[in-house]
Write a protein that binds this ligand. Structure first.
Ligand code: DMJ
Length: 630
């Protein structure tokens, strides 16, 4: 051997090497091995070697996933989006395509504390790197956030005019006022109830309620997207930090499937789609998984209450029927859970609900409010577009829109249901007010709940895709219903509307008893104003919205937050001591949108879930192959 000839070299082992030489040789060898493996990653994607050594690539989201949701063959990989022009980020908005650049980040959301390595890692994963934090295990699915953002047709926060030049300074001031209300509502909650589900402004404390199975922070999760879109950056960071550090899913109570879905899952999904922050995606998926046992019923129609206790049945046994508005308002969120996780199970669950509802015989084409999850039959024939029924209809038209107008089944079900509602429930009062009554096996209750007032907005939203000959009619119907709901506000002393109002015994659009006279900061009326404003630009909707702002300030604002009131017909109403989380999620958001440009969360790009959390429309395939051609 060569080394034997080196003078002074004395072999120290049978291989003829001394310790230092052995060490050098091993170092050289390990370097060589590392180099070879490293080179594998640089080989072109088709390389055989690479295929041999590396696991197959995770399926890309977008086209493929949503195509499967709809039961279709996956679309071709790499197909260019129909509208590839990326939406320019709005001023001050985090541009996802340059998220790694510290300079761009500076203009983004302000941090309340120094950026730590954990946050940096979270932000980076928001773009493409698979999750690897504790608790993220098993969610290796990659969602291409940049591709998603590039498909939006408008910047998320709109193309805002130079505010100093804005001629409509009144509208700007109105928008700022709503923003101030949100800031006050949030700060009050943070000060007295941070981490609890909701604030009690009179007693200056928080409470958990019994709807969320031990989950906390409903107000935090419900507020995230409203804070984001109002550019309350510091407050958004506070909310996000709470989700990262204190939002724990290891709870074991019994929860309302519907409420957890629309508030928590909806809020987390929206927060993810707006920011790309992985923490929201991961928590939404993990929480979604905790809801799955609710579907273990003979029909797959979930019971309303799910037990988070591991090893239990999953659905609570009390009660015998499931509520239409509850099991019918999962579709939007569950499709997005599949979209973001790659896990088809979420989409399968809601597809099955759709199938059951499609097949079952409907009295006069109407959908009763109660269904047995065991037999799959209607439990009684009570039909309502208000409480118990409401958001089922909303989710049909929004499923159609969210699918990029490919989910024909949802579209057909929506327009058929609307026809039946018009035929059997719609009425005009002697005073000329149009309202949607409630139906009990053929007998009408001539009342409308505050909850039913969302329907003006829904009918406006659906008018454009109705048959040509029905479009103008639906626009007018939407306007008339919204006017009736406004009347229910205008006819009270506080200019806020009651929980339910009647059309009988000579009375119109007023509550008939104290037990229906309360107002709990609900959003449905201003929700309709927002949709009608966007559709018509009739200034009356902004005027009506402003009346609500003034009334909220006068009667609901307290020293420590906003509160519902017990009697809208009293000019000195008592407060109910609750700042509902939907006030921050919905009421203030819809008011803010009402006083903003139409391209702030454009309806071309977003649908709002029933808690007003924006979920993106699928633009990945306009050919109709994705999202539900049935
Ligand atoms: C919200 O939680 C949702 O809008 C739901 O669909 C109905 N009720 C409240 C607000 O009133």
């Amino acid at each position: 051997m060569l080394m034997r000839k080196v003078p002074g070299f004395v072999p120290a082992s049978p291989w003829g090497l001394r310790l230092p030489q052995k060490f050098l040789f091993l170092l050289f060898l390990s370097g060589l091995v590392t180099l070879c493996f490293g080179a594998l990653f640089l080989l072109p994607h088709s390389s055989r070697l690479k295929r041999l050594f590396l696991a197959p690539r995770t399926q890309q989201p977008g086209l493929e996933v949503v195509a499967e949701i709809a039961g279709h063959a996956p679309a071709r990989e790499q197909e260019p989006p129909p509208n590839p022009a990326p939406a320019a980020p709005a001023p001050g908005e985090d541009d996802p395509s340059s998220r790694a650049s510290p300079r761009r980040r500076k203009g983004g959301l302000r941090r309340t504390r120094p950026t730590g390595p954990r946050e940096e890692a979270t932000a980076a994963r928001g773009n493409s790197i698979p999750a690897s934090r504790p608790g993220d295990e098993g969610i290796s699915f990659h969602f291409d956030f940049n591709a998603f953002r590039s498909r939006l047709r408008h910047p998320v926060l709109g193309t805002r005019a130079d505010e100093s030049q804005e001629p409509q300074s009144r509208v700007r001031a109105q928008r700022e006022k709503v923003k101030e209300m949100m800031q006050f509502a949030w700060q009050s909650y943070k000060r007295y109830a941070m981490g609890k589900n909701e604030l009690r402004p009179l007693t200056k404390d928080g409470y958990e309620g019994n709807m969320f199975g031990g989950l906390s922070g409903a107000t935090v999760i419900d507020s995230l997207d409203t804070l984001y879109l109002m550019e309350l950056k510091e407050e958004f960071q506070e909310a996000k930090a709470w989700v990262e550090e204190s939002f724990h899913l290891n709870v074991s109570g019994e929860a309302s499937l519907f409420e957890v879905n629309i508030r928590y899952i909806g809020g987390l999904l929206s927060a993810f789609y707006l920011t790309g922050e992985e923490v929201f995606r991961i928590k939404a998926i993990r929480l979604g998984e905790k809801l799955l046992p609710a579907f273990n019923t003979p029909t797959g129609i979930p019971k309303g209450v799910v037990s988070f206790k591991s090893g239990s049945w999953g659905w609570a046994t009390a009660g015998s029927s499931s509520i239409l508005a509850e099991f019918g308002s999962l579709h939007l969120e569950f499709l997005h859970l599949t979209e973001l996780s790659g896990n088809q199970v979420f989409a399968e669950k809601v597809r099955n609900i759709r199938k059951v509802l499609r097949k079952i015989e409907k009295p006069f084409g109407l959908y009763p409010n109660f269904l047995s999850p065991v037999s799959g039959n209607w439990v009684q024939h009570h039909v309502s577009v208000g409480g118990l029924g409401d958001s089922f209809y909303e989710y049909l038209i929004k499923s159609w829109l969210m699918s990029g107008k490919t989910d024909m089944e949802a579209k057909n079900m929506y327009y058929e249901a609307l026809e039946a509602i018009e035929t059997y429930l719609l009425n005009v009062s002697p005073g000329g007010l149009t309202y949607i009554a409630e139906w009990r096996g053929g007998i009408l209750d001539h009342k409308m709940g505050h909850l039913a007032c969302f329907s003006g907005g829904m009918i406006a939203l659906g008018a454009e895709d109705a048959k040509e000959e029905k479009r103008a009619h639906y626009r007018e119907l939407a306007a008339q219903i919204t006017k009736t709901c406004h009347e229910s506000y205008a006819r009270s002393d506080t200019k806020l509307g009651p929980e339910a109002f009647w059309f009988n015994s000579g009375r119109e659009a007023v509550a008939t008893q104290l037990s229906e006279s309360y107002y709990i900061l609900r959003p449905e009326v201003v929700e309709s104003y927002m949709y009608l404003w966007r559709q018509t630009h009739n200034p009356i909707y902004r005027e009506w919205g402003w009346e609500v702002v003034l009334a909220l300030e006068k009667y609901c604002r307290t020293e420590a937050g906003f509160s519902g009131i017990q009697d809208v017909y009293s000019s000195t109403p008592s407060h109910d001591n609750k700042q509902q989380s939907f006030f921050l999620a919905e009421t203030l958001k819809y008011l803010y949108l009402l006083f903003s440009e139409d391209d702030l969360l454009s309806l071309e790009d977003w649908v709002f879930n029933t808690e007003a959390h924006p979920l993106p429309v699928n633009h990945s395939d306009s050919s109709g192959r994705a999202w539900g051609r049935h």
